[in-house]
Design a protein around this ligand. Structure first.
Ligand code: P1T
Length: 390
């Protein structure tokens, strides 16, 4: 399916076949893990498309083809981590440039803007994009890029991709959407006007919590050419083995995501009725301020839930310690359920006052609802609530 147009196939088919054809010599239906770091050339510059492992690798090519197809993109690029993907995209910019960014992003993404790019002269404004007026106001003459996560990490804010893309386009600034929480199964930012999609493939795309990786997808040839240059020049590329693992995970992505969504809906509805829960944040609930927008721009509300446990830090900690199926761990999107405390764990790099403004408090707990039996998961959460009661 590598050479055919992808528009004619559904995602369930693309996830399994895009990017690789059975090997013409052996018939192998899975791509080989090509470990060779260099590729023999018939003469100087006469090669078969591969020269050196950092600039290109056949296993990586297969992964990149599948990633592009799933996101409805023309180009896919794979990286050593989601953070590496982010840094590569930001290297499209120059010192003095300005980025308008959503106010709720992964702590490590904020850290890249604040601690890594700012010293190199890149400025960023963090705004609540729920109000498009905030987006318009944040533009300066130097704004060259717009960045958002939707649903965002960890407050699961839903931003209007098409609305922000229109404003970005009017200013000649490409919109980048980090689509990690939604996955290409639930949301297609490129169809809504985004120029670039970023993923941490460590999460749902790989889905088995055994490979750290990142990806960038685009339909724009000029952006892709520059990104390809940066991918090689910066060198934060994934190993062939990790490419294989992500490609293997992608095959079940559509099936997994459907179940993540089904189970998360059940957990979110039960949490909303629980007397020890002050607030449930899940885009699938009518109480979520972005519920109607999520219904419009997503095919499902995802597998992530955040909620405020009544009580103090001690009670939140007791809750997390008592869980036996949910692991108290950073990350998300794997087959196994995870629970974490954003203020102490994933979002510790966000300054305390920003966390307070966003509502990332001592009682906030984030769940990645996995594929275990949903009643077993609920019984586990009940164990946590009992421990929090003391
Ligand atoms: O961890 P890495 O593969 O480098 O991906 C960074 C990243 C980028 N974008 C989003 C939306 C993310 O959630 C992440 C990583 N997030 C976690 C590790 C976490 O637990 O939230």
């Amino acid at each position: 399916m590598a050479d055919r147009t992808h528009a004619q196939y559904a995602q369930d088919t693309l996830a399994i076949h895009a990017g690789y054809e059975p090997d013409p010599v052996t018939g192998a239906v899975m791509p080989p893990i090509v470990l060779s770091t260099t590729f023999a050339q018939e003469g100087p510059g006469q090669h078969k498309g591969f020269e050196y492992g950092r600039s290109g690798n056949p296993t990586r090519n297969a992964l990149e083809g599948c990633l592009a197809a799933l996101e409805g993109a023309k180009h896919g690029l794979a990286y050593a981590s989601g953070c590496a993907a982010t840094v590569n995209v930001l290297h499209l910019l120059s010192p003095g440039d300005h980025v308008v960014c959503g106010d709720d992003v992964y702590g490590g993404t904020f850290r890249i803007f604040d601690r890594i790019m700012k010293p190199f002269g890149l400025q960023a404004s963090f705004v609540d994009m729920s109000d498009l007026g905030n987006v318009k106001k944040a533009f300066t003459a130097k704004t060259k890029l717009v960045w958002m996560e939707t649903p965002s990490n960890p407050m699961l804010k839903i931003f209007d991709i098409a609305g922000v893309a229109e404003i970005a386009r009017a200013h000649g600034a490409p919109l980048v959407v980090d689509n990690t929480f939604a996955t290409p199964i639930l949301q297609h930012p490129l169809d809504l006007g985004a120029a670039i999609v970023v993923h941490s493939t460590t999460k749902y795309l790989n889905g088995h919590s055994d490979a750290v990786g990142g990806a960038v997808m685009t339909r724009d040839d000029a952006l892709a050419e520059r990104l390809r240059y940066l991918q090689n020049a910066i060198g934060a590329v994934p190993s062939p083995f990790d490419c294989y693992l992500v490609l293997r995970g992608l095959k079940t992505l559509p099936v997994r995501v459907r179940q993540h969504v089904a189970s998360a809906r059940v957990v979110a509805e039960r949490l909303e009725k629980h007397p020890q829960v002050a607030r449930v944040i899940y885009p699938g609930l009518a109480s979520h301020p972005g519920h109607a927008l999520a219904n419009r721009q997503m095919k499902g509300p995802g597998g992530m839930i955040s909620f405020d446990l009544k009580g103090d830090l001690g009670q939140a900690s007791a809750f997390l310690k008592a869980l036996r199926i949910f692991a108290c761990a950073e990350s998300l999107g794997g087959v196994e359920s995870l629970a974490e405390h954003p203020a102490i764990m994933t979002h510790a790099s966000i300054p305390a006052e920003n966390r307070r403004a966003l509502g990332i408090g001592d009682g906030l707990i984030r769940l990645s609802v996995g594929l275990e039996d949903v009643d077993d998961l609920w019984a586990d959460l009940e164990r946590g609530f009992a421990a929090a009661r003391g």
